[in-house]
Design a protein around this ligand. Sequence first.
Ligand code: 6R9
Length: 649
Amino acid sequence: MSETIENLFQEERSFPPPEALASRANARPRIHQEAAADPQAFWVEEAKKLQWKQPWDQVLDDSEAPFYRWFVGGTLNVTESCLDRHVAANPDRIAFHWEGEPGDSRSITYGELLAEVCRTANALKKMEVGKGDTVAIYMGMVPEIVVAMLACARIGAAHSVVFGGFSADSLRERIDDCACKAVITQDGSWRRGSVFPLKKNVDDSLIGQQTVKNVLVLRRGENPVDWQEGRDHWWHEVVPEMSDICEPEEMDAEDLLFILYTSGSTGKPKGIVHTCGGYLTGVSSTFRNVFDIKDDDLYWCTADCGWVTGHSYIVYGPLANNATSLIYEGTPDHPQQDRWWKLIEKYGVTILYTAPTAIRTFMKWGESLPGGCDLTSLRLLGSVGEPINPEAWMWYHEHIGQQQCPIVDTWWQTETGSIMITPLPGITTTKPGSATTPYPGIDAHVVDDDGNRVERGHGGILVIDSPWPSMLRGIHGDPERYKEVYWSRFEGTYFPGDGCKIDEDGYLWLLGRIDDVMLISGHNISTTEVESALVDHASVAEAAVVGRADDRTGQAIAAFVVLRGSEVGHDELIVELRKHVANKIGPIAKPASIVFTPDLPKTRSGKIMRRLLKDISEKRKLGDVTTLANADIVEAIRDGATDPAGEDH
Ligand code: 6R9
């Protein structure tokens, strides 16, 4: 029988945890074993670190699986764990340092944050928003986006954050799907030196819309805006007038905290539902143990609050742990390509959490940019969003981590709520490109097409065999689709849709989405492994491969390659790259064609969109491009790809 996914790429390098970090790490050495012996006891211990109003009487109710319920009967308001208890201890501790793209900056204490959350919560109440309602938040990365999310949580309204780069149509679709009662937005937000008109998009999205009664507008871009009296309210006119006391609404552990839409690769966006008690337990626990947060750390997650990473690891996880974080409003290349490294130097950032797409972009821009800044404050690095190719991992390790900082490659999804597969920096010996092992209490395995666990040294499908507290509770308004998408592939098991291999040491290596796996002459080859082999070449910063239809081999590998620095592609390099892949992982994985391109098509959260590259390779009319961040690149690639070099038949 053929392998579900081949195991081709071998990585020999490994990095034990630094002694100094290990000796004072938050995660105790036997945490994995203890949690494995009694996962529910582990989660109870983690949940008890939060502030509850009423204790739960049942840890897990699985009587209506897959509609699981955690901490049944418990009540809390998540903002008390995130704000009130820290304010009681020390109101002057900084919650956020914020830097605007134009260079302005602010620092906000826990005391100030709680007061502003309460004022905003009272403003929402005045607009007749309350428990059970949903509020759309369509903003840039300003401190008020965090305030807006927490203000909703304070009064028991669910938030639905829509990424500020989405169009009016995408916003409308999401507002309608959960019948939002209000929208919180800005006049405009700063992005790469210009102002993006958020309020204008909100106005367009609300034409003929019935459920939204009020729009709260923060002034930031100072761009002109249209105004609908009665519906629109300036933040600076309404919020400061409000009382800074707002009693937290008592919420059931299983009450809705937020809805967040995830598009996946095709189809209508899914409104992923998360609830209060389990979600906060998961994000708080993982944040403390994975990022090893200490009082004197300055933590920076570069994500946007429009994605789950922003929800879990900018807002809820860090605040539940009383962390001090940096938030940056703009893009990494404004005004210059060294903005991030300047920020790390200026604020003394100690923990950096970012995405492989950013790391590979920095590889392309060259190491002299970080090399020109003082990054010695850093002690820990994180990665999330895509598989990190071993060579990108090594570049991150050398040029950002200065060979001193452990890297935590964290695998998880919007649906999982919190980190699921990850090193713990004081415990785990890391290997470049591997997310290593499941977080304590997480029951993740690799199985074949029939659901049987694969032996070490083999590839297959990732599954999670037991429920966990921060898991999604469903797809908003569509319980059948929830069962169908996540629980029908293997009975009683959560199916994330990712390929994975397990090595001889039991380490997990994520291989990208199952839908992207290529079938070459009867072999199932993951895109990740071929891409990693290409990125392993000294000239390559980034690569994407797809299987395009081929009469002889079923599918043939078409590669798209972004070169480092000022290198230019040429025919000899194509020959060399094909040879490099053959040497690295085997002749079967040699790309049939290689196209050089200045960039790759990416989603707005930075994930490579292979589906479009497949359309280009098979010379099809392009599918939906609305979720694309960089639409112009598709045309550029198409022009280059119509005459693919290095064709090998
Ligand atoms: C947090 C987030 C989820 C999908 C997931 C997987 C990919 C995320 C990864 C990773 C390999 C990692 N993914 N982290 N793949 N290694 N460390 O990104 O959520 O936007 O819902 O995407 O992203 O394919 O299934 P989301």
